[in-house]
Design a protein around this ligand. Structure first.
Ligand code: JUQ
Length: 152
C-alpha cells in the first residue's frame, strides 16, 4: 500500500515545507517593514509578500486534494511529477510577485495549467474506476467497443 502513495506523500511534505517557507517570508517582511498584527497592509513591498503568501495558501488545499486523487486513481508517478512542477511554479510565482506584481503572471498561468492537468487526470482516473467497478471492463475495452461501432 505504501509503495502506491510514497511519491504522493513526499510531494505533500515538500508542499508543506514550501508553505512554511512562504510564511517565514511574511514574518521577515513584517519585521523589515515594521507591520505588527493584526495589520495586514503597508508599503507595496510588504503587500506583495503578504498577498503572494495568501494566494499560495488559497490554492494549497485544492492542490493537495487533486494530487492525491489523481495519484491514487490515475498514475502516481504522473501526479507526483505534475506536483513537483506545480511547487516549482509556485516558488517562482512567490519570488516574482515580491519583485513586481506583473511578473507573477507567467508562473501563475503555469501553476493554473498544472492544476487543470491534475484535475483532468483525477477525472480520467475516477471515470476509469467507476467504469470498471460498475459497468465492467476497463476504459481500454470500452474505447475499443466504441471504436468498433464507429468504424467496424
Ligand atoms: C480556482 C479553483 C480551481 C485555477 C486553475 C485550476 C483550478 C487559478 C487562478 C490563481 C492564482 C493569484 C494572483 C492555480 C481560471 C480558473 C482552479 C483554479 C482556480 N486557476 N488564479 C491567483 C490568485 O496572483 O492573481 O494563484 N491560481 C489558479 O490556479 C485559473 C482560473
Amino acid at each position: 500500500m505504501r509503495d502506491q502513495v510514497a511519491l504522493l506523500a513526499f510531494v505533500t511534505v515538500a508542499a508543506v515545507l514550501e508553505q512554511a517557507y512562504f510564511s517565514m517570508q511574511v514574518i521577515w517582511a513584517r519585521r523589515r517593514y515594521k507591520i505588527t498584527p493584526p495589520n495586514t497592509t503597508g508599503p507595496p513591498g510588504f503587500d506583495r509578500v503578504f498577498r503572494a503568501q495568501v494566494n499560495c495558501s488559497e490554492y494549497f488545499p485544492i492542490f493537495i486534494s487533486v494530487l492525491w486523487v489523481s495519484g491514487i486513481f490515475f498514475h502516481q508517478g504522473a501526479a507526483a511529477l505534475c506536483g513537483i512542477f506545480y511547487l516549482c511554479a509556485r516558488y517562482e510565482y512567490f519570488h516574482r510577485y515580491t519583485e513586481c506584481a506583473q511578473g507573477r503572471l507567467k508562473p501563475m498561468y503555469i501553476s493554473a495549467t498544472l492544476l487543470w492537468i491534475l484535475i483532468g487526470l483525477s477525472l480520467l482516473g475516477l471515470l476509469e474506476y467507476f467504469l470498471s467497478a460498475y459497468v465492467g471492463g476497463s476504459m481500454k475495452q470500452h474505447l475499443g467497443c466504441l471504436l468498433r461501432e464507429v468504424c467496424p
